[in-house]
Design a protein around this ligand. Structure first.
Ligand code: IYR
Length: 229
């Protein structure tokens, strides 16, 4: 029936795995080391990456925790040269205004150590651009439109899963946020109730890819965490 909500039906936790404490510590350390090898890359190779690899990483992203399990996201996966060119053209236009002063002095000063500028060749060179949209409302399984909850939080967590999955598979990524990015709805044929959040650029790094030294300076644990015990 239209608008009907589902009743609560608990099922046994299907696939939890417990490890001996020593193994837990080793797994935590192995994951830390693996994720610490992820670096945002801005120079990509045009080497092709199979669609099936991206599909598997998107399935991982789709398991992210989210508001009311409405899964308020859509991933527009751009592999065609024409759309990539349109995205580059529109993004560079916005970025030129941003770097010419729209961003303001403080923001531009904060970006100095990253060495970024309005030129975004990676938007045409990388094999895949994954445009991540958050849906303010979306259809339930029975086709009824309903409001979504915690959309930015849900989409950002899914994006984190996606970046981790792509890295784990051996790909380099860049979380690109042209500002404003409303132009992405038209290019990706997404409805107005969806808002673009990120462009996740994915591919092999260029053989001579560099990263800014600034990017490897990470805050120590005692600066990012406070324990109460
Ligand atoms: N969107 C711009 C500027 C930019 C902003 C932040 I905050 C960054 O961490 C990096 C870049 C660009 O892509 O150049």
């Amino acid at each position: 029936m239209a608008g009907m909500t589902k009743d609560f039906e608990p099922i046994p936790l299907p696939d939890y795995a417990e490890y001996p404490p020593g193994e837990m510590q080793a797994r935590a350390e192995a994951f830390r080391a693996e994720i610490a090898r992820r670096h945002t890359v801005r120079e990509f190779s045009s080497r092709p990456v199979p669609r099936s690899l991206i599909e598997t990483c998107l399935r991982a992203a789709g398991t992210a925790p989210n508001g009311a399990n409405h899964q308020p996201w859509h991933f527009a996966v751009i592999g065609d040269a024409a759309r990539k060119s349109r995205i580059r053209l529109a993004a560079e236009e916005e970025e030129r205004a941003f770097y010419a002063g729209k961003a303001g002095e403080e923001w531009l000063a904060a970006l100095k150590p990253l060495g970024t500028d309005p030129s975004k060749p990676f938007l045409e060179i990388a094999p895949w651009l994954i445009v991540v949209f958050g849906a303010r409302s979306s259809a339930s399984a029975d086709g009824v439109m309903r409001k979504n909850y915690y959309v930015p939080e849900s989409v950002s967590i899914a994006c984190g899963f996606l970046i981790a999955a792509l890295h784990h598979a051996g790909l380099a990524t860049l979380t690109h946020t042209p500002s404003p990015m409303g132009f992405l709805n038209e290019i990706c044929a997404r409805p107005a109730n969806e808002k673009p959040y990120f462009v996740v650029v994915a591919g092999y790094p260029a053989p001579d890819a560099t990263i800014p030294r600034h990017a490897i300076e990470k805050k120590p644990l005692d600066e990012i965490a406070t324990f109460f015990e």
